[in-house]
Every structure is written in C-alpha cells, then in structure tokens.
Write a protein that binds this ligand. Structure first.
Ligand code: NDP
Ligand code: 8X3
Length: 252
C-alpha cells in the first residue's frame, strides 16, 4: 500500500487531494496548523475510505517543528511515495510601496521556506528508497506577475525555480518532481489573502466559474497514476473563463 503526505490538508486543494488519494487507497499523512480541522479531515477520510491517516499539526514556517515532527516519524510512516507540497497562502494585495512586511514574511516563509523545510525532511527518505514523487503547488503567479501581487508572485516564481532544481538534483535517485500551476481556485485562499474579508474574497469569483480544490485534486490523482517511466514536469490548470493572470471573461 502506498503512502502520500499532503501539507495544508485542512482546507481547499490539500483537503480535496487527501480525499482523492484516500479514495485510491493511499495511506495518508496530512498536515496543517488547525489541529481540530485536521482531526475532522482525518476522521472523515478514515470513515469513508478505510485507509490509515496520520494527522500532524505544525507550522511549516517553524523549522524546528518541521524537523522534530517529520524527523521522528515512526518507521511505518517513513515509506512516503508521494509528497504534495501544497501548504501556502497569499497575504494582502497592495503596491510594493504600501505592502505590509509582516504579510511578505508570511508568504515567503510559508510558500518558499516552509516548502523547503518539509522537502528537506522527506526527500532523503525517498532517496533511500530510490523512488518517490514530489508535487509542488505553484501558481499562474509563478509565471506571470500582476499589479499588487509582487511578493506572492515572487514566492511562486521561487516554487517554479525550486521545482526545476529539485527535479535535476533528484533525477539520479529516480524521484519524479512535478509542478502544478493553478489559476483561480475557490478555496479559503482569497479569504486568507484579504485577512478574513469574505465579501471582498467572494468578489474575486463574481461572474465566473472558478476551479474547485477537487479539480486540482483530480490532476494530482492523474499525475500519481502515470507509469514510472512518465512524468509531467509542469502543468498549468485554469478555469475555462480565465486565459491568464490578466484576462478573465466575466458575466455582466
Ligand atoms: P486554502 O487557504 O484553502 O488552503 C491553504 C492550506 O495551507 C490550508 O490547509 C492551511 O492550513 C495551509 N497552510 C497555510 N499556511 C500554513 C503554515 N504556515 N503551516 C502549515 N500549513 C499552512 O487555499 P488553497 O487550497 O487555495 O491553497 C493551497 C495552495 O494552492 C497554496 O500553495 C496556494 O498558493 C496555491 N494556489 C491557490 C490558488 C487559488 O486560487 N486558490 C491558485 C494557485 C495556487 P492551516 O491554516 O490549518 O495551517
Ligand atoms: C493564486 C492565483 O491569480 O491569485 O495563486 O495569483 S492568483
């Protein structure tokens, strides 16, 4: 039985991915800061799919916590076949001269450093077994840079560079590295970006049908089902009403 670890599984893309991989019969390690939510997701997946789920609550920004938690996995949980580096966020939407440096820290520490800290713990386990698949959740913001989004876009450009670099470094160990770059996905993402302002968050999706977390989970389900000789390096997934970061066709 295969094992998948998904960071940021308390909501959105991460939770949907945990459900899809649970349905495929994967044993799951799910992570996130909100321990109560994490336990709910664990119980619900265990009940629905009869797979084992290990819920580990920590903040990916805290290097000590990441090292302590993932460095002390019991042996039965170290056979990680799939790592989905999904935990991430945008905080704020402001011009660079007006942005809040605390928001910048949150984005860079979570989206870039957190992804690195987790990968540093899991990749050696895969190297030791000469197998594994790391799937990084980037963004259309990792290819294009839009007004007011410089720091979030920079963090996702970094995920793009890290995905390429990881792929090269892990090539000889038989480890696949894929990046998924979604466009608009209706999750808690915009509510988090706007610091809890639900009205402003909902307006992001006005007049358009955005992707759902489960749409991205379907892509992940497909990526992990490909044969060993085949890898998708990079995949951009958009709502059909969104051409890129700039052009979205909305109903009046
Ligand atoms: P959600 O806000 O619904 O989910 C984000 C997840 O990340 C939550 O489970 C959250 O858990 C976790 N997380 C955030 N910060 C931390 C942290 N410091 N430590 C541990 N876990 C953390 O948003 P999405 O599902 O949309 O976001 C998932 C990924 O997809 C992100 O990397 C995002 O950048 C990316 N993305 C999203 C798009 C969108 O339009 N929604 C488009 C393109 C990419 P908790 O709060 O419990 O810690
Ligand atoms: C999230 C999508 O367009 O807000 O990564 O950057 S966008």
């Amino acid at each position: 039985m295969k094992t998948a670890m998904i960071t940021g599984a308390t909501s959105g893309i991460g939770e949907a991915t945990a459900r899809r991989l649970g349905a495929l019969g994967y044993r799951l390690i799910i992570t996130g800061r909100r321990s109560h939510r994490l336990e709910q997701v664990k119980r619900s997946i265990e009940a629905e799919y009869a797979v084992e789920v290990l819920a580990l609550s920590f903040d990916v920004r805290e290097r000590d916590a990441v090292e302590r938690t993932l460095g002390s996995l019991s042996e039965e949980w170290t056979n990680i076949d799939v790592l989905v580096n999904n935990a991430g966020l945008a905080a704020g939407l402001e011009h660079i001269d007006e942005g809040d440096p605390d928001d910048w820290d949150r984005m860079i520490d979570t989206n870039v450093k957190g992804l690195l800290y987790v990968t540093r713990q899991v990749a050696p386990l895969m190297v030791a077994r000469h197998t594994g698949h790391i799937i990084n959740i980037g963004s259309i913001a990792g290819r294009e840079t839009y007004e007011n989004g410089a720091v979030y876009c920079a963090s996702k450009h970094a995920v793009n560079a890290l995905s390429q670099g990881m792929r090269i470094d892990l090539l000889k160990h038989g480890i696949k590295v894929s990046q998924i770059r979604p466009g608009m996905v209706n999750t808690e993402f915009s509510t988090v970006r706007f610091h809890g302002d639900r009205e402003r968050a909902d307006a992001v999706y006005t007049g358009v049908t955005p992707l759902t977390g489960d749409d991205i989970a379907r892509v992940i389900e497909w990526l992990v089902s490909l044969p060993p000789h085949m890898n998708i390096n990079d995949i951009e997934v958009m709502p059909s009403r969104q051409a890129d970061a700039f052009y979205t066709w909305r109903d009046e």
